[in-house]
Structure formats: C-alpha cells, structure tokens
Design a protein around this ligand. Sequence first.
Ligand SMILES: [Fe+2]
Ligand SMILES: [Fe+2]
Length: 147
Amino acid sequence: MTEPRWEPSLETGDPLVDKQHRDIHELVDDIDAADDRPDELMRVLERLMDHVDCHFLTEEDLMRRSGYDPVRAADHIADHARLAEAARAAVLEFRAGDLTSMRPLAELLRDWLATHVHEQDRHLIDFVRARAISAEPPTRRSADLDA
Ligand SMILES: [Fe+2]
Ligand SMILES: [Fe+2]
C-alpha cells in the first residue's frame, strides 16, 4: 500500500495531541496490515476505537478548560461525533459479516484525520497554546469538566 502515512504537516504543536494523532495513524495503518486476519483485525479496531474516544475526550477537555468559543467547540465536537458514528457503524457491519474488508474504513479515517486536523484541531491548539494550556490525559471525567 502506498497511501500517505503520518506527515509532519499534521503536527499541531501540543505534545500529547500529536502523540495521540500519531498513535491513531499507526492503528489505521495496522488495519491494512491485518485486513485478511479477522481476529487480529477486530483487536486493531477495538484498540483504534479506544484511542479515538480517548483522543476526543482529550480535545474536548481542552475546549472546556480554555474557554474555547462555544460555536467553534460545538462544530468541532459534532465533527468528532460524525466520525465516531461512521467508524462504529463500519465495525458493526464487519462484525455482522456484511463487510469483507476494513480498508475502506482505513481510507476514510486517513482522509478525515487530515482534513479535521487542518480545519479543526490546529485552530483549537493554536488557541490553547496562546493561553499556555496543554492537553492532559483524560483521567478526569465529567465531574471536573462541569466545574
Ligand atoms: Fe479534533
Ligand atoms: Fe485530533
């Protein structure tokens, strides 16, 4: 396969967010590598979904802590939700035997990530970095976030 992999142009400047993006890209690449081994593929997909959920929580936590513009935040969060829903639907179809390959999902994820990082994440990270705020692992959940 010769698809573009992680590119330096996708770096945002926040160390944790960039690490999470790289990890997600690696897991997307693993989909291609495991595509003809259904058991391994399911493990990759589960890890990928966990990483994606964790990453979205990390960014959404940043929005709350930084006082990010609510309209911009809602748009960003809606974009996360659309991607998560599309990925979940593809995994369910695969589990049900309705899909024979997850490579189309890998393609979708790569395209979505590139567009989303440039259009949404970079704006968010520029905003929080200007306020000296950086991402933290999302171990604190809604109790703290609502405070
Ligand atoms: Fe995002
Ligand atoms: Fe992101």
